[in-house]
Design a protein around this ligand. Structure first.
Ligand code: SAM
Length: 233
C-alpha cells in the first residue's frame, strides 16, 4: 500500500470511530469558545444561494451544513453531499431521513476524484478541505464545473502566521487528533487553497478568523467567455 493510500485508510478509520458522536464532539471544534455555528452560517451566506439552486457540500461529514443550505435552496433546490467515510455518510443519511429531505443526494467518494455536476450553482467545504492532499486540484475541478457567477466557499483551519513552532504543534495536536499533524503543518494546505482560488476564481475574498486559526475564503466563477481568434491585419 502506498503512503497516500495508507494515510487515506487511516483517515477513514479515524472518522469511523468519530462518526456516531461527531455532532456533539464537534461543537468544541476546533477549540472551546470558537463560534462554530456562526461561522458555518457566514460560510453558507457567502454562497449567495437562491431558491432552486444546486449546491455541492465537499466532505460533508454528517451533514451539519444541510439545514442551513436547505433554508437557502428550498425544496426545489438540490444538495449533493460528498464524503470519503461511509460511517459519516450514514449519519448524514439519518439526518436526511429524520428531516424528510428528498432533495439531498449523498455520494461516497474521494473529493480528489469526484466529478462535480456540470453547471453547479455553488460549492461549499467546511473544516475538511485542508485534509485533502490534492486540495488545490479539488478547487480547480469545482471551479471548472461552476456556472457563470457560481460561488466556491471554503471554511477551514490554518496555522496562524506569527505563531512559534512549539505552539503550532501543541494547537494542531489538540485540534487534529489523527496522524500527520506535522505533515499538515509543513504542507500548509490553506496556502494551496488560496493560490488555487486566486487562480481559478474572480473576486477572491480571504478572511482570517479566530486569531488566524481559521479562514473563510470565497470567490465566484467569472462569466463564461468565448475565446476570440484574432486575424492577422
Ligand atoms: C472534520 S470533518 C468535517 C465534516 C463537515 N464538513 C463539517 O463541517 O462538519 C472532515 C470530513 O472530511 C472527510 N474527508 C477527509 N478527506 C476526504 C477526502 N479526500 N474526500 C472526501 N472526504 C474527505 C472526512 O471523512 C470527514 O467526514
Amino acid at each position: 500500500m502506498s503512503q497516500v493510500d495508507a494515510a487515506r485508510e487511516h483517515l477513514i478509520e479515524t472518522y469511523r470511530k468519530k462518526a456516531r458522536h461527531y455532532d456533539v464532539t464537534s461543537r468544541l471544534y476546533p477549540a472551546p469558545g470558537y463560534p462554530q455555528r456562526a461561522q458555518r452560517l457566514r460560510a453558507v451566506n457567502a454562497l449567495g444561494l437562491r431558491p432552486g439552486d444546486t449546491v455541492v457540500d465537499v466532505a460533508c461529514g454528517t451533514g451539519l451544513n444541510f439545514g442551513l443550505l436547505q433554508e437557502q435552496v428550498g425544496p426545489d433546490g438540490r444538495i449533493v453531499g460528498v464524503d470519503l467515510t461511509d460511517a459519516m455518510l450514514a449519519q448524514a443519511q439519518d439526518r436526511v431521513e429524520a428531516n424528510g429531505w428528498s432533495n439531498v443526494g449523498l455520494v461516497q467518494a474521494d473529493a480528489a476524484a469526484f466529478e462535480f455536476p456540470a453547471e453547479v450553482d455553488a460549492i461549499l467545504s467546511t473544516y475538511a478541505l485542508t485534509q485533502v492532499p490534492e486540495c488545490g486540484e479539488v478547487i480547480a475541478h469545482g471551479a471548472a464545473a461552476l456556472s457563470g457567477g457560481g460561488r466556491w466557499v471554503v471554511l477551514d483551519l490554518k496555522v496562524p502566521d506569527s505563531t512559534p513552532r512549539w505552539l503550532t504543534q501543541l494547537g494542531t495536536a489538540i485540534v487534529r487528533p489523527f496522524a500527520s499533524i506535522d505533515e499538515w503543518t509543513m504542507r500548509r494546505p490553506w496556502e494551496s487553497i488560496r493560490a488555487a482560488m486566486q487562480e481559478e476564481l474572480a473576486d477572491l475574498s480571504w478572511n482570517e478568523l479566530f486569531f488566524g486559526t481559521a479562514f473563510l475564503a470565497a470567490g465566484s466563477r467569472g462569466p463564461r467567455t468565448v475565446r476570440r481568434l484574432h486575424s492577422a491585419p
